[in-house]
Design a protein around this ligand. Structure first.
Ligand SMILES: Nc1nc2c(c(=O)[nH]1)N[C@H]1C(S)=C(S)[C@@H](COP(=O)(O)O)O[C@H]1N2
Ligand SMILES: [Mo]
Length: 329
C-alpha cells in the first residue's frame, strides 16, 4: 500500500470521507461563530483566525470504518480496506483560546461543532448538517485545535477549508471539516452523527447498551508486501505502520508461520503522541512456499492485539491482527 509508506501522506493519497456533497465555500462571507452558553457570542473572520497565535501538531487521522471490509459477519457501510488512515502536520489555533474569548458559562457540558455540508440521510426524514459534539473537558484540551493549514499550506478544500477541527487521538469523525459554528450546550447532544452513527452497537435490534466511538484503538498494518504477492527467495522487507489513540505503541511483531513464532520489528521513527509510527523487519527466506504473515502491536499498558475484532453493527474500530498470504518462488 503506497499510501501507508511515507511518514506524511502525499495529498493525492490522503483518504477522503464525506457524508454529504461538498459545501459551497466563499471565503469573503465565511466566518466562525461561537454561541450558546457563552458570555459573549463571537464571530471570527478568516483573517482574524490567521492573526491569532498558531500551534503545529502532527496527527494521524483514521476513519472509524477503516478495515471495515474485514469484519465477519459482513457489515454495511463504506467497504474500506486498509487505506482510510493518513498522516499530516496541522497548524491552527487552539480551540480553548477561542472558547476563553467567548467566556464559558457555568454548567456547560458539551461543545458542538457544525460543518457547512448538509443533506439527507437514508434512515430518517429531514435535512441534516454534519454536526458532532465533544465533552467540555476534551474541548478544553490544549491539543484540540482548529486547523487552518495542512502540511504547510492552507487546508485543501476537500479536507475542510477554510477551517476544521482536529481532535488528536480520536477517530476521524470527531474532526469536523468546513467548520462554521461552535455551540456550547448544557445537555448531551443527540444529533444522528452522535447517537445513531459512531456508536459501538453489538445488537441489530437494540441500541441501549451502545458506547460512543472515541479514541483510536491499538492497531498495526502491513504496508508491504501486499496480500497475495509473489516474492523472490532471499532477503525481503516487511514494513508498515502502528497507531493507538490511547497508550503509546511500544512493540510491533511479525510472524511468518501464521502466529506460532513472533519477531520484533525495528522502528523507523521515534514515538510521537497522535502519530502513526512506521516499523520494518528484514525477512530472510530460504525455502519457496506459501507463507501466512501476521502483524501485532503491543502498547505501554500491556494491551496486545487479538485475533478477533470486536464485532459491531456499523463496523467501527476494527483492530484484529492483520493476516496476509505471500508466495515465495
Ligand atoms: N463536515 C464534515 N466533517 C467531517 C466529515 C463529514 O462528512 N463532514 N466526515 C468525518 C469523517 S467520518 C472522517 S473519517 C474525517 C475524514 O477526513 P478527511 O476527509 O480529511 O480524510 O472527516 C470527518 N469530518
Ligand atoms: Mo470516518
Amino acid at each position: 500500500m503506497l499510501s501507508l509508506s511515507s511518514r506524511i501522506t502525499p495529498e493525492n493519497l490522503f483518504y477522503i470521507r464525506n457524508h454529504f456533497p461538498y459545501p459551497n465555500v466563499d471565503i469573503r462571507s465565511w466566518g466562525l461563530c461561537i454561541k450558546g452558553c457563552v458570555h459573549r457570542e463571537i464571530y471570527f473572520r478568516y483573517d482574524d483566525l490567521l492573526k491569532m497565535p498558531q500551534v503545529t501538531l502532527a496527527v494521524t487521522l483514521e476513519c472509524a470504518g477503516d478495515k471495515r471490509s474485514l469484519f465477519y459477519p459482513k457489515v454495511r457501510g463504506e467497504q474500506w480496506g486498509l487505506g482510510a488512515i493518513s498522516h499530516a502536520v496541522w497548524m491552527g489555533v487552539r480551540l480553548v483560546d477561542l472558547l476563553h474569548l467567548a467566556g464559558i458559562q457555568m454548567n456547560v457540558r458539551e461543545v458542538t461543532f457544525e460543518g457547512m455540508d448538509k443533506g439527507v440521510r437514508t434512515d430518517m426524514p429531514g435535512i441534516f448538517s454534519y454536526k458532532r459534539s465533544l465533552p467540555l473537558e476534551h474541548a478544553l484540551n490544549p491539543d484540540t485545535i482548529i486547523a487552518l493549514y495542512m502540511n504547510g499550506k492552507p487546508l485543501p478544500y476537500r479536507h475542510g477549508y477554510p477551517a476544521r477541527l482536529i481532535v488528536p487521538g480520536w477517530y476521524g469523525m470527531a474532526s469536523v471539516k468546513w467548520l462554521h459554528r461552535i455551540t456550547l450546550i448544557q445537555e448531551q447532544f443527540q444529533g444522528p452523527f452522535q447517537v445513531v452513527d459512531y456508536v459501538y452497537n453489538r445488537n441489530l435490534l437494540t441500541s441501549s447498551s451502545s458506547n460512543p466511538v472515541t479514541t483510536i484503538r491499538l492497531n498495526s498494518t502491513i504496508a508491504r508486501p501486499l496480500d497475495q504477492e509473489v516474492l523472490a527467495k532471499g532477503e525481503n522487507w516487511v514494513s508498515g505502520t502502528a497507531l493507538s489513540g490511547e497508550d503509546p505503541v511500544v512493540l510491533v511483531e511479525i510472524s511468518t508461520d501464521n502466529g506460532k513464532t513472533w519477531f520484533p520489528t525495528s522502528w523507523l521513527e521515534l514515538h510521537e503522541p497522535y502519530s502513526w509510527r512506521r516499523w520494518s523487519w528484514k525477512w530472510h527466506v530460504n525455502d519457496s512456499g506459501t507463507y501466512d504473515i501476521k502483524v501485532r502491536a503491543t502498547d505501554a499498558a500491556g494491551n496486545i492485539q487479538g485475533d478477533k475484532a470486536d464485532w459491531n453493527v456499523k463496523g467501527y474500530g476494527y483492530n484484529a491482527i492483520q493476516h496476509i498470504r505471500v508466495y515465495v518462488d
